[in-house]
Design a protein around this ligand. Structure first.
Ligand SMILES: [Zn+2]
Length: 202
C-alpha cells in the first residue's frame, strides 16, 4: 500500500504555521479538518520548525473500506510538556485496567509500538453504545489510544482514533499501526520518505 505525507498544524498571526506532528496515511485515504478549532497556546522552534508544545487538535481521516466506500475515522491529538506517566508500560497497565473495568468495553489489542525514534504504547478496544430514543438501538465504535514521549521536543503526545464503523479500525490494524508508527514529532518527514506529498494545513 502506498502512503502519503500529511501534517497537523495550527495557524498563528504571529508565527505562521505551527506544527503538531507529521505523519503518513494511505494514498487513497484523506484527512480533513474537524469543526473544532485547534488550540496551541505554547509553541517553540526546534530543528528549524515551530512545534506546538502544549495544545490539542482534531481532524477526520476519510478512510476507504474494501468496497471503496468512504468512512470517517476521527482523530484527536493532545500534546503536553508535562509527564502523565513514568513509562509506556505504566500507561499500558493503567489503560488495560481502565478498559476492562468498563462493562460495555472489550479490549482487542494492546502493546508497545515503535514511533520512529520513540517507544510508545497503544490499545485498541470496542465500546458498545445505545442510541437515545424509544427503540434504543445498539451500536458500537472502535477506539485506538496511543501515547509516547518525545524527549527532543520535551512533549508527551496522545493520539486517539475513533470510528463508528468498527471494521475501519479492526480490519485495518496493520495500517492503523503503520500510521501511528510514521508520526514524526521532532523533525519534518525526510523527502525520501515521501511517496506523494499531500500537505494538510488546518
Ligand atoms: Zn520526537
Amino acid at each position: 500500500m502506498r502512503f502519503k505525507n500529511v501534517f497537523l498544524g495550527a495557524g498563528s498571526m504571529l508565527h505562521g504555521t505551527t506544527v503538531y506532528i507529521y505523519f503518513m496515511i494511505p494514498e487513497k485515504w484523506n484527512i480533513v479538518p474537524s469543526y473544532i478549532d485547534p488550540e496551541a497556546p505554547l509553541s517553540r522552534v526546534i530543528n528549524d520548525e515551530r512545534w506546538v508544545i502544549v495544545g490539542n487538535t482534531s481532524a477526520v481521516i476519510v478512510a476507504e473500506d474494501k468496497n471503496k466506500i468512504k468512512r470517517p475515522i476521527r482523530l484527536q491529538l493532545k500534546v503536553d510538556d508535562r509527564k502523565h506517566f513514568s513509562d509506556v508500560d505504566e500507561w499500558l497497565l493503567q489503560k488495560k485496567r481502565e478498559i476492562r473495568k468498563k462493562p460495555r468495553c472489550s479490549l482487542k489489542e494492546a502493546g508497545r509500538i515503535r514511533i520512529r525514534e520513540h517507544e510508545g504504547a497503544y490499545s485498541i478496544w470496542v465500546e458498545n453504545k445505545k442510541r437515545f430514543g424509544v427503540i434504543g438501538q445498539q451500536y458500537s465504535d472502535a477506539n485506538v489510544a496511543c501515547i509516547f514521549r518525545c524527549e527532543l521536543t520535551n512533549r508527551e503526545l496522545t493520539v486517539k482514533l475513533r470510528s463508528e464503523y468498527p471494521d475501519m479500525i479492526l480490519l485495518n490494524k496493520p495500517t492503523i499501526k503503520r500510521i501511528l508508527g510514521s508520526i514524526a514529532c521532532h523533525e519534518r518527514i525526510r523527502k525520501e520518505d515521501e511517496i506523494t506529498v499531500g500537505e494538510f494545513p488546518l
